[in-house]
Ligand binder design. Structure first.
Ligand code: GDP
Length: 488
């Protein structure tokens, strides 16, 4: 498609911004690290643990610059972008450490600047500025909409909603859709009703028992300050992917709003945030997907391909040719690995690697280095061998958050519980072929669904020498991949 006028203006704006960033980064080396992932993937916990570890000298043996003592100091600096909220680090940390509760999750973009004083391998003292940008993955999955017409998006969304396991969830919306006349006169009430049913369907897909990942438009589930505005009030229609709407029709109204969504939501996000990132970590609650079965896993794979496509969109602007390549490292991280025994951590990584490889084959090359890791930013469990009959089972111990779980069991928030977290298959292919992830031995599973158990953050032992480090799993490996090379 030939670039339109708005695309040219967009490119000009992007170029101006990149020049500014480039100039600043020349005198003051900066890495802008994007942290994203779908709702509840673990972004807030990850960023809090990462900042705490860097500023308070966490136990990071694999993060070479820190482990070898080359980092003299890492400290917070004033947040650089005036129009972006600051990541509420201090509050989140207090919630985690003092209250042993999980902090409130990401619902909007936020940012924090960290300044790292370090010594190069050759002995010279240097400073690296690390800007951490936290944003909902739902926004990222919107980027492919920039290259799609309303008709294409409608056709794709409808096809997805008609396939298993989504179809039953879409029944109410489909019934309403069957009564809508795309060619009929534009109608605000019908649009409102359809948008509401479509949003209900998207929300049902997000239910953790289904754990569907591919759900644009992202703001329908995370509307923020746009709630109720026309740009968020539209829905797919059953129209031909190459058709054109007649003036004044319901169809034309939907097209207008879809384009407004791109103008007021997607393009500003791309220009002001995404196009400025250098590195990206994508957090994935892979265990939730495993628990939901093979379909959720294939959905996850499609979402990963979608995400990789977004990075390609990012690179195809003229910017990348003019200035330094932007996102040049992407890390996919399966979070909450502390829900598994360490014997399964490599297997978790293998499943994610398999999903990413499939996605790389489907998406075109992004030009960025890609890696995967299974991590727990904050390790909430310990490991133990639990005697079951004659067997000793590799188990995890943790304090469940207070309340009642799906099995009707009541937890007081103080007592530790030992669970056998289940094994991931040695061959990742098995999960993709539909073999269920067995969370527990069946007798336990009958009693309570421990697979969905949430543990409280750990109790930290104070030994009197400053603030204790937060336990984690492989957070240091993630850091080494993301910024290790910039601290050489
Ligand atoms: P966000 O929506 O991506 O910001 O997700 P959060 O960081 O708020 O995490 C969502 C929930 O996942 C938290 O409330 C915790 O229950 C859980 N969680 C996140 N990270 C970890 C982790 O490292 N270990 C454990 N056990 N749970 C985690």
């Amino acid at each position: 498609m030939a670039p339109g006028f708005s695309d040219i203006i967009e490119e000009a704006r992007l170029s101006a911004r990149a020049l500014l960033d480039y100039g600043e980064s020349f005198f003051n080396p900066t890495v802008r690290l994007g942290v994203t992932g779908l709702s509840r993937a673990g972004k807030t916990v990850f960023i809090t643990a990462l900042i705490h570890g860097l500023t308070r000298g966490g136990r990071f043996p694999v993060f070479e610059a820190l482990a070898t003592g080359r980092i003299a100091r890492a400290q917070l600096a004033p947040q650089p972008d005036d129009a972006v909220p600051r990541f509420d680090y201090e509050n989140h940390l207090r919630t985690l450490i003092e209250h042993r509760c999980w902090p409130n999750s990401t619902v909007d973009i936020s940012e924090l600047r960290l300044v790292i004083d370090y010594q190069r391998h050759n002995g010279a003292d240097r400073t690296l500025t690390l800007d951490i940008v936290d944003y909902p993955g739902e926004w990222l999955l919107d980027l492919p909409l920039l290259n799609k017409s309303y008709e294409q998006w409608s056709a794709e969304s409808l096809a997805l909603s008609r396939a298993a396991p989504r179809a039953p969830l879409a029944a109410a919306w489909h019934a309403e859709l069957a009564n809508l006349k795309a060619e009929g006169k534009e109608d605000e009430q019908a649009t409102l009703a359809s948008a509401k049913l479509f949003t209900d369907y998207l929300r049902a897909c997000r239910d953790e028992r289904f754990a569907m990942s591919l759900l644009p438009p992202g703001r329908f589930l995370m509307p923020g300050n746009l709630k109720g505005s026309p740009a968020l009030t539209f829905a797919p229609l059953d129209v031909p992917a190459d058709g054109t709407a007649a003036d004044g029709s319901l169809w034309a109204m939907m097209v207008r709003r879809y384009e407004a969504y791109k103008d007021v939501v997607v393009r500003p996000f791309f220009r002001d945030h995404f196009a400025r990132l250098d590195r990206q970590i994508v957090l994935i609650d892979a265990l939730a997907a495993f628990n939901s079965g093979a379909e959720a896993l294939h959905d996850l794979e499609a979402a990963l391909a979608g995400i990789l496509d977004c990075f390609r969109v990012g690179r195809s602007t003229i910017l990348s040719a003019l200035f330094r390549p932007r996102i040049d490292r992407i890390l996919f991280a399966a979070t909450k690995a502390d829900h598994l025994h360490h014997l399964s951590h490599d297997r978790l990584e293998a499943v994610l690697r398999r999903a990413v490889t499939g996605a790389v084959e489907r998406a075109e090359a992004t030009g960025a280095a890609i890696d995967v890791v299974a991590l727990a930013a904050v390790r909430a469990t310990r490991e133990a061998q639990v005697q079951r009959g004659r067997d000793k089972l590799p188990s995890i111990l943790g304090t469940p958050v207070p309340g009642e779980n799906a099995g009707g069991e009541i937890f007081d928030g103080k007592t530790e519980v030992a669970t056998f977290p289940g094994d991931l298959p040695a061959d990742p292919e098995a999960l993709f072929n539909g073999e269920p992830f067995r969370g527990l031995s069946s007798t336990e599973a009958d009693k309570a669904d421990y697979r969905f158990l949430r543990f409280r953050p750990p109790q930290l032992e104070h030994d009197g020498s400053g603030e204790p480090a937060l336990p984690h799993i492989r957070l240091d490996r993630a850091l080494q991949f993301l910024i290790g090379d910039r601290l050489q």
